[in-house]
Design a protein. Structure first.
Ligand code: GDP
Length: 297
């Protein structure tokens, strides 16, 4: 990756201060400037960065950093802790309904990775949690989405519920839940339509699906490469649909993953999974502390 790590940069800043005895408030300010740049380069939304840096500064100007013999290290520690806390601290699992099947609805813009992620999560649930998922093909607008999901289902040897592209997403979602009950599947993962941009029709349709099947989990799929835009996407989906979690895809690409922090900050919902490649098994549970280290570089 082409980024210079924050650790190195802070060290360089600190080296300049050496020989001047104690760290001053001005020194902390300079270190904070480096923190700010590192976060912006990691594609964290600028408003989120501003608030974050102010919070950290308060802590840094306090005892911990100023009195430390290794202020550079200390700042990194504080930043790391704060970032981890902001992303929820602990890893958060996907929901399980008290009464089977657990209904999981996916949402997101076209190309974010919804269809792929449906299969990845299904695979994850079976492999790690011994679950029996059913996949529902309710993205009736993207021509290849239904075929894509059916192919993935075959590959996984899992049932895929489809009514073709003439049925309504609501009917497909309801039908899938019924079939899951009949076949004793304990998860229904509903792939939904995306658009290139957020529009009212899309949101209206997603709201109808939500209304019809009352999902236990609504996961927003966000492309980590979209950086700053991720904030607007997450905000709109959360306001208009209400999401319970997020999945960040394409973290295998050349991104520091600042979108993780932004998405978490604007929605308040946990990020549950990270997509790290195109293959079905390239999905990780999301770990806030690992992401904090990645964002800092
Ligand atoms: P959808 O329109 O939201 O259903 O998006 P798709 O599931 O069709 O994914 C769009 C493209 O992104 C496909 O080429 C996927 O292979 C790719 N993709 C999805 N998730 C990941 C990921 O985590 N890493 C990478 N590198 N590619 C991904």
């Amino acid at each position: 990756m082409a980024f210079e790590g924050l650790a190195e940069r802070l060290q360089a800043t600190f080296d300049k201060m050496k020989g001047r005895g104690k760290v001053s408030e001005a020194d902390v300010k300079e270190m904070m400037r480096e923190v700010r740049l590192a976060l912006l380069e990691a594609d964290v939304n600028f408003k989120v960065v501003k608030k974050f840096v102010n919070d950290v500064k308060e802590r840094a100007v306090g005892q911990e950093v100023m009195k430390s013999l290794t202020p550079g290290q200390q700042v990194i520690k504080v930043v790391n802790e704060e970032l981890t806390a902001l992303m929820g601290g602990e890893q958060t699992k996907i929901a399980t309904a008290q009464k089977s099947p657990t209904v999981v609805m996916m949402a997101g813009l076209q190309g974010a990775g919804k269809t792929t992620t449906v299969a990845k999560i299904a695979n994850h649930l079976r492999k790690h949690n011994n679950r029996k998922p059913l996949l529902a093909a309710a993205d009736i607008y993207r021509p290849a989405a239904i075929d894509q999901l059916e192919t993935l289902g075959k590959q996984l040897n899992m049932p895929v519920y489809s009514l073709g592209d003439q049925a309504s997403p609501v009917d497909i979602a309801k039908g899938a839940v019924e079939q899951a009950k009949e076949e004793h599947c304990d998860y229904v993962l509903i792939d939904t339509a995306g658009r290139l941009h957020i529009d009212e029709n899309l949101m209206g349709e997603l709201q109808e699906v939500k209304q019809a099947v009352q999902p236990d989990e609504i996961l927003l799929v966000v492309d980590a490469m979209t950086g700053q835009d991720a904030v607007n996407v997450a905000e709109s989906f959360n306001e208009q649909l209400g999401i319970t979690g997020a999945v960040l895809t394409k973290l295998d690409g050349d991104t520091r993953g600042g979108a993780a922090l932004s998405v978490r900050q604007v929605t308040g919902v946990p990020i549950k999974f990270a997509g790290v490649g195109e293959k079905i098994d390239e999905l990780d549970e999301f770990h806030p502390e690992r992401m904090a280290s990645r964002i800092l570089g």
